[in-house]
Design a binder for this molecule. Structure first.
Ligand SMILES: [Zn+2]
Length: 378
């Protein structure tokens, strides 16, 4: 009997031990599952954080690039979403000379790179690659008919965050400058092409005169151009010449080093720069020189901006001795002589104010009768 009880007791103990063991295993499994879940959650949270990071850097870079000390190797900076910057500059009806407005804006060390006569299949992409590499935004004064023959390149310019502005439809001086009406017709054609490419209802209304708008007696089209300025103002368009250039349309053909030298000389002593360059089909040297031009200007402390990004605080009240005859700029010998091609689509931009034009820093250009307070435009 005793042995029977003993046997029964041991069996019960064994069963209990077995039950305890199973319980422990179950607890261990639950613990492991819990730990796995925690690890999974941590991984998910971390991956979300890291995917947010690039967006921050893009934002940083896409606004003006001032402190973005991106090294040229940093190829991977996507620069999407062109944003229309609302600016506080005088309305075009009051003063539509953007060069004048920039000089009166009381801003420091800003550089506006501009490329005329594109888009082209061979040069524009090289320029875009370089701008992207240095995370620089620029303005492209494009020809309407070329936008239509090369829409994908124009779209790329826009999608990479640059400003597309108006450089007439055909760039043929003899047809363009018959009258203010013929000029405005081409401006409108080009504007429609820009609308189609950008999908914007009202892109920034900015024109560069083929050949420049400088008021010069040496330019036979100058009288018509002065009438065109009024017509532009009437329709709300600004126009913009330049105060520095790489010389890629001046005189003989230059190599990349010579273009850099030309730029350095023409930019000397100026606080704000609007730099004329070309992305026409024959301007390989311009594409070659662009990287070193950006490095030079960045080294001089300039930041790069589109022409619809102007920090405007009028300085005219503080110090304007300017007897501002708008843009006359004593444009030295001015236009004419470079201008071999009256009707070609490219290679002009002649009218270049020679580098010495701007040896004086030339702030507060007086501009049109004391700009009243800034007015917001889109
Ligand atoms: Zn041009």
């Amino acid at each position: 009997m005793a042995t029977m009880n003993e046997f029964e007791r041991r069996r019960r103990e064994r069963r209990m031990r077995e039950r305890r063991r199973k319980k422990r295993i179950r607890a261990a499994i639950i613990l492991i599952a819990f730990v796995c879940a925690v690890i999974l959650i941590v991984i998910l949270v971390m991956s979300r954080c890291s995917s947010n990071k690039p967006a921050e850097t893009v934002q940083l870079g896409s606004d003006g690039t001032s402190e973005t000390t991106l090294s040229p190797q940093n190829e991977e900076t996507p620069t999407p979403v062109p944003t229309a910057n609302p600016m506080t500059i005088p309305p075009a009806s009051e003063n539509n000379d953007l060069m004048d407005i920039i000089e009166d804006a009381d801003q420091e060390k800003r550089c506006y790179l501009t490329f005329d006569d594109g888009p082209t299949e061979n040069i524009t992409p090289q320029i875009l690659d370089t701008l992207r590499r240095y995370n620089v935004k620029a303005t492209f004064f494009e020809i309407g008919s070329l936008i239509q023959t090369n829409p994908s390149m124009a779209r790329r310019v826009y999608e990479e965050g640059h400003l597309i502005a108006n450089h007439s439809d055909g760039h043929n001086y003899a047809k363009l400058y018959v009258s203010a009406d013929t000029f405005m017709n081409e401006v409108n054609e080009c504007y429609e092409a820009i609308k189609d490419i950008t999908g914007e209802a009202e892109p920034f209304k900015l024109v560069r005169f083929p050949g420049g708008g400088f008021n010069s007696s040496a330019d036979s089209y100058s009288p018509v151009k002065q009438e065109c300025k009024d017509a532009l103002a009437e329709y709300g368009f600004y126009y913009c010449d330049w105060n520095a250039l790489n010389g890629d349309a001046e005189g003989r053909t230059k190599d990349a080093d010579e273009l850099l030298d030309y730029l350095i000389e023409s930019a000397e002593g100026q606080d704000n720069l609007v730099v004329l360059m070309h992305d026409a089909a024959a301007k390989q040297a311009t594409a070659d020189a662009l990287g070193s031009i950006i490095e030079y200007l960045r080294g001089e402390g300039y930041t790069f901006h589109r022409l619809d990004d102007i920090e405007y605080r009028s300085s005219s009240d503080s110090s304007s001795l300017g007897s501002g005859d708008n843009g006359s700029d004593t444009s030295t010998d001015g236009n004419s002589d470079y201008d071999t091609d009256e009707n070609s689509n490219s290679d002009d931009e002649d009218s270049t104010p020679a580098p010495q034009r701007t040896t004086t820093p030339a702030p507060s250009s007086g501009s049109s009768g004391g700009n009243t307070g800034p007015i917001i435009i889109q």
